[in-house]
Design a protein around this ligand. Structure first.
Ligand code: TYM
Length: 340
């Protein structure tokens, strides 16, 4: 089955669990902005139900949820063209996820690398929600019959599981109700790495703040973090091949490419032979150029939480209009009696 009979529709989400990083910006947000247009309906979500799979302080959770809305709008998400909302305001996400808990197999969940990473040796003590998380993610996507999901590389396995869940549901109930969603993992910066260790992903939960660029960092902090970013003593090579085995150098080139809208090949051609004394300041200037206006606009938007809440409420209403008929039809297919 192909997704051809489904309306081209994009869904993607970000967890409100702490601040947003340059990884979130380049791997997701910037690409979400670019996908707005005539080709797709676009739906973007602050996935607060995912955030609470690990402990969140209630006041901070609300604040981080609003901050995601502010970051998306400041980065160029147009809330008329796109639907922007927070997940918990559309209860159908949780309802569909229960159905998918009954479709997905425990063996599938046991293969999820992100669960293994997050649980570590603690598998007995983490929440049941953290284990079931990928079924909720499948529900987020399939509740809208989304055909395309733009994500960073780290979410690929979860989108593939979403396809497995859709295929098993369709097969079990002899239907073609759910699409087999395509993960869209494109561009030079789908896996932005930690600035101090090029073998680890840049993440909001890393130990030291020097490992990541936060979307709200000021110009001096950004410059300092890039200046202190780990590299090797070699200058930049003439071709990308020359960056093999140099993960930290490759990461900075990819970040430059992601921020500038160029390919990594173009960046390496432009800076062939340059030392870090030239490349790092150029990268810092570019990052400040791109991020400073976003962070200023985020602060302005965050000063009016009521307006953010209004936008998210309206987005949730629009999302629900798409979600409800799909949820109801799912209940009918499964054989759940509906008499009101
Ligand atoms: P989350 O909140 O961890 O990350 C949000 C998005 O940012 C991307 N990302 C990165 N991309 C490149 N380099 C990095 N270092 C980096 N760090 C994060 C992620 O790949 C993601 O696209 N489970 C998801 C949220 C989610 C979702 C969904 C996504 C819930 N339901 C449905 C898509 C569709 C998550 O925890 O993302």
């Amino acid at each position: 089955m192909t997704a051809a009979k489904f309306t081209p529709r994009v869904f993607s989400g970000i967890k409100p669990s702490g601040g947003l990083t340059l990884g979130n910006y380049l791997g997701a947000i910037k690409r979400w902005v670019d996908m707005q247009g005539d080709a797709f309906e676009t739906i973007y979500c602050a996935v607060d139900l995912h955030a609470i799979t690990v402990w969140q302080d209630p006041a901070e959770l609300r604040n981080s949820t609003r901050e995601i809305a502010a970051a998306l709008i400041a980065s160029g998400i147009d809330t008329e063209r796109s639907i922007l909302f927070n997940q918990s305001q559309v209860p159908a996400h949780a309802e569909l996820s229960w159905i998918f808990n009954c479709v997905a197999r425990v063996g599938w969940m046991n293969r999820m690398t992100q669960f293994k990473d997050k649980a570590g040796k603690n598998t007995e003590k983490v929440s049941l929600g953290l284990y079931a998380y990928p079924a909720l993610m499948a529900a987020d996507i399939l509740l809208y019959h989304a055909t395309h999901v733009p994500v960073g590389e780290d979410q690929k396995q979860h989108v593939e599981l979403t396809r497995d869940i859709a295929a098993k549901f369709n097969n079990d109930f002899k239907t073609e109700f759910f699409p087999l969603t395509t993960p869209v993992i494109e561009g030079p910066a789908t896996r932005v790495m930690n600035l101090r260790d090029g073998s680890k992903k840049m993440s909001k939960s890393g130990q030291s703040d020097m490992e990541r660029i936060n979307m709200t960092d000021d110009a001096d902090t950004i410059a300092k973090k890039f200046r202190k970013a780990r590299t090797d003593p070699e200058p930049l090579p003439e071709t990308l091949d020359g960056l093999k085995g140099r993960p930290e150098a490759r990461n900075l080139v990819d970040i430059y490419a992601g921020l500038s809208g160029k390919t990594s090949e173009q960046v390496i051609t432009e800076f062939a032979g340059a030392g870090w004394g030239r490349f790092k300041p150029a990268l810092a200037d570019l990052a400040v150029d791109k991020l400073a206006p976003i962070s200023t606009e985020m602060s302005r938007l965050m000063a009016d939480p009521a307006e953010i809440d209004r936008i998210m409420g309206r987005g949730a209403e629009r999302a629900e209009e798409i979600a409800q008929p799909i949820l109801k039809k799912t209940y009918d297919i499964v054989g759940l009696l509906r008499s009101r």
